[in-house]
Design a protein around this ligand. Structure first.
Ligand code: FE2
Length: 492
């Protein structure tokens, strides 16, 4: 057979071998480089069979590219562990280091030795996290660790954002080969470095310490990604990808349409051009000028890492909500999960949300799901003319924190929007609610349904709306969901 062009070299990782041993399985046929079968797939593989695989490693062993997903399937949704994964000492060291650095760079420029120190701290936390056998299923207990660290707000947010971003990135990575592992590690380090540095621009600004920001205060804050970027752009020690993520870290919404990205593309391009001209004759800033040119090009052709930017942005929102601010106490992790979803429509693409809730949602909340059977949610979908429709559904079946559960349609509704520099859904028009008796079922987990959940109607966050909706649904359907058990639903 001429399979050579469809073959991929298999460079074993410990993790994969462990998976074969634990499940006593050789999940695919393995070939030599000319496409001859060396080892057949086998369901009840012995330790000896698996050792045989290892012997072939030296001479090169291959599998069909199309079978890659069979090598190591993702973890099953039901697996959770209560192992605490966040190392208290290393994390406190990072937070302390960050606190010192943020004070230092108020007066002196960020330099190469700062970057080397940060790299060491990032590397130790990343390696420690990945070394845990429960890395994929354990608790990312960062809130607990930081609650006793006694750090200033900025350093607490920075550290939480970096650890949450790391956990998301590491858990989303499916590395099968050693080459993959190296590549993934360098991407993980870059993301963590960018997360660490994203908000350093605040050290050069006068940031309001009250809530309910006015539009002009929000507009002022929107300058911080560019200021952070200018502080890192001239450093040789930092990769272009890190600089790009810092610059774009509040631009996670991919695609067209109204969104809360900032700075918006036009504004960003104008500012980058301004700095390119300003520094073009300053030989000490030649690296910065060259980098600005690259970033300009990338912004214009939309060549930016949306995945990483989404991760930093959503991890940052979680970090900020769960940290005590001068104008409000810290918000519980479970409530933060709901608020992030309810503000997500103009902020994130569904992939970012899915990665967040699937990979770290449970483990940031002591394994308590934030979305449950019987909950009411609003879903949005677009038709071919880009008109958006909003429907109310009840969750009928749910797997942990998945935001693609099985839904039962209750009716349609119109949202209300507010915009004080940040556009959001501020509530729903009760009079626009139309109940639909057909009770259609949509299983978002099974098919490519264009609907996405954009809002959870929570009895504590939206008590009035929840009550009136719940009453109407019960009046029309008799029970809240098709499980048919009002009592059980009321206590979930
Ligand atoms: Fe930021």
């Amino acid at each position: 057979m001429d399979a050579s062009k469809d073959l991929q070299k298999f460079d074993f990782t410990e993790d994969v071998i462990q998976h074969f041993r634990e499940n006593r399985i050789i999940p695919v046929d393995f070939y030599n480089k000319t496409g001859q079968i060396l080892i057949h797939k086998k369901d009840m593989a012995s330790g000896e069979d698996i050792s045989k695989l290892l012997k072939f490693e030296q001479q090169g062993i291959f599998f069909l590219k199309s079978e890659i997903s069979k090598i190591k399937p993702g973890r099953k949704g039901g697996d959770v562990s209560f192992t605490k994964l966040v190392n208290t000492e290393l994390t406190s060291d990072m937070a302390k280091g960050a606190s010192d650095l943020l004070l230092d760079i108020k007066k002196y420029p960020l330099n190469g030795s700062h970057v080397r120190e940060i790299s060491k701290s990032i590397d130790s936390i990343l390696e420690d996290f990945k070394a845990s056998p429960d890395m994929e299923t354990g608790l990312v207990n960062i809130i607990e660790v930081m609650s006793t660290a006694g750090m200033p707000v900025d350093s607490e947010v920075l550290t939480k954002r970096t650890v949450v971003a790391m956990a998301m990135k590491v858990r989303a990575a499916k590395a099968f080969t050693k080459a993959d592992l190296n590549q993934k590690k360098s991407e993980q380090v870059s993301l963590m470095m960018a997360s660490y540095l994203a908000d350093i621009g605040y050290t050069q600004m006068k940031i309001p310490t009250h809530g309910n920001l006015k539009t002009e205060e929000l507009e002022y804050i929107k300058n911080h990604p560019i200021i952070s970027y200018l502080m890192v752009a001239n450093l040789n020690e930092l990769d272009e990808s890190v600089k790009s993520i810092v610059l774009n870290h509040h631009r996670p919404h991919k695609g067209e349409g109204v969104n809360n990205n900032y700075p918006q593309t036009k504004n960003l391009v104008q500012k980058l051009n301004f700095y390119k001209d300003k520094y073009k004759t300053d030989y000490k800033k030649s690296l910065l000028v060259a980098d600005v040119q690259k970033q300009l090009k990338n912004v214009l052709i939309n060549n930016i890492s949306h995945e990483d930017i989404g991760i930093i942005s959503i991890a940052g929102e979680f970090a900020s909500l769960t940290t005590q601010q001068p104008w409000r106490p810290p918000i519980e992790a479970l409530t933060a999960m709901k608020l992030i979803l309810n503000n997500s429509f103009f902020a994130y693409n569904e992939k970012t949300l899915k990665d967040f809730y699937d990979h770290v949602g449970l483990s940031l909340c002591d394994n308590q799901p934030f979305i449950k059977v019987g909950d009411y949610v609003i879903v949005a979908s677009q038709d071919s003319n880009r008109k958006v429709f909003f429907e109310i559904c009840a969750i009928r079946e749910s797997n942990k924190n998945s935001i693609r559960p099985m839904l039962e349609r209750i009716g349609t509704i119109q949202p209300k929007f507010s915009n004080n520099g940040k556009i959001r859904i501020s509530g729903f028009e009760p009079a626009s609610l139309k109940i639909d008796r057909r009770r259609a079922i949509f299983n978002l987990d099974r098919n490519a349904d264009p609907r996405r959940i954009i809002y959870l109607i929570d009895p504590e966050l939206d008590p009035e709306f929840y009550e009136s909706l719940d009453q109407k649904a019960r009046d029309v359907f008799g029970v809240k969901t098709s499980t048919g058990d009002t009592e059980a639903v009321a206590t979930t």
